[in-house]
Design a binder for this molecule. Structure first.
Ligand code: PBG
Length: 325
């Protein structure tokens, strides 16, 4: 036998030397929920270990992140009041705008991303402006532009539109440029699927649609060619980074994005992925840390340059200590 692949697996030192996927905490983004009120640090039932923070408690979490070596956070807002137009999303004193201002002040070293969507802010829970029972694409674009500019004005270092309207990247790019934010990058949720893996998030953000589902704007998870179309469109419209979401089950598309574009690729390991690992670990069925590392390695191996995960803190520690399994 000339080829004996096992030769290079014979010791940990050797395995480490020939390891193909090397991960670093620099590439992690932590998604975080900010809520109105004071002195709130409320655990999300379906996501043990994840919390809704009020602005006065948010600092604790940001300090923990920095201590763990995580350098980027993405904010999701949970407003007290919702309306048809989702106006809380572009309010100068909206929950995310306030969080951005505070975080910028207290943690100038952190990279601050703002998720840009309307579903947390609309009374009907859809990701845009309704016309009858339908989400009106082009009316929604005008709102997204306002939201993006208000987030940039509040201190966002990057805007991450997750609404899945057509043409939104170009619209947001134009609005940001016009408002003097031509240097603020856009990380587009390019291939975002209508996925059951978002269940716990909707519980956390109280953003489940009041009627129907999101299938008229989020993608059908059976489609690969269409995902390529979305990715290429976003790049053509000016996306600086493209994202695939969810991460687990979508490795083929992470790879596809890597091969067909020249921009960094992000993978979002969503709430349902986190919740499943937590639940299985709590039942004693899996080893939480090992599963977390293996899932991360899977996303990076598929081609992710950036990994968005509720496990960012714990992963950063494993990455730093070289304990990725
Ligand atoms: C907003 C948004 C969602 C997620 C990120 N941004 C929910 C949705 O589309 O229903 C999901 C994130 C997660 O599940 O962790 N549109």
């Amino acid at each position: 036998m000339v080829q004996r692949p096992r030769r290079l697996r014979s010791s940990q030192v050797l395995r480490n030397m020939v390891r193909e996927t090397r991960m670093s905490a620099d590439s992690l983004i932590y998604p975080m929920f900010v809520a109105e009120g004071t002195n709130v640090k409320e655990e999300i039932t379906s996501m043990p270990g994840q919390f809704r923070y009020s602005l006065d408690r948010m600092n604790e979490a940001l300090c923990e992140l920095e201590e763990a070596g995580v350098s980027a956070v993405m904010f999701f807002g949970i407003p007290l009041h919702k309306d048809e137009m989702g106006s809380g999303a572009f309010d100068r004193d909206g929950i995310v705008q306030q969080a951005l201002r505070r975080a910028k002040d207290a943690h100038p070293g952190l990279l601050l991303l703002a998720d840009l969507c309307m579903c947390e802010y609309t009374s009907h829970g859809h990701c845009g402006i309704l016309c009858g029972q339908e989400v009106d694409n082009d009316k929604t674009l005008a709102c997204l532009q306002k939201i993006a500019v208000s987030q940039a004005q509040a201190g966002a270092d990057m805007i991450a539109p997750s609404d899945m309207m057509d043409g939104r990247v170009a619209a947001i790019r134009g609005a940001l440029d016009e408002a003097g934010f031509s240097n603020i990058p856009i990380m587009a949720y390019s291939a975002k699927f209508a996925s059951s893996f978002y269940g716990p998030f909707r519980d956390a953000a109280q953003s489940a649609p009041g009627f129907g589902d999101r299938k008229s704007y989020q993608m059908d998870f059976h489609n690969r060619r269409e995902a390529k179309k979305e990715i290429l469109l976003d790049v053509a419209e000016g996306a600086d980074i493209v994202m695939i979401k969810p991460a687990m089950c979508y490795g083929d598309l992470i790879r596809e994005a890597k091969e067909i574009t020249q921009v960094p690729v992000a993978a979002y390991s969503v709430s349902g992925e986190y919740a499943m690992v937590k639940a299985a670990a709590a039942a004693g069925f899996v080893d939480e840390e090992k599963i977390m590392c293996e899932m991360a390695a899977g996303a990076y191996r598929a081609g992710a340059d950036i990994y968005i995960t509720y496990y960012a803190k714990e992963l950063a520690k494993c990455m730093r200590e070289g304990k990725m399994g």
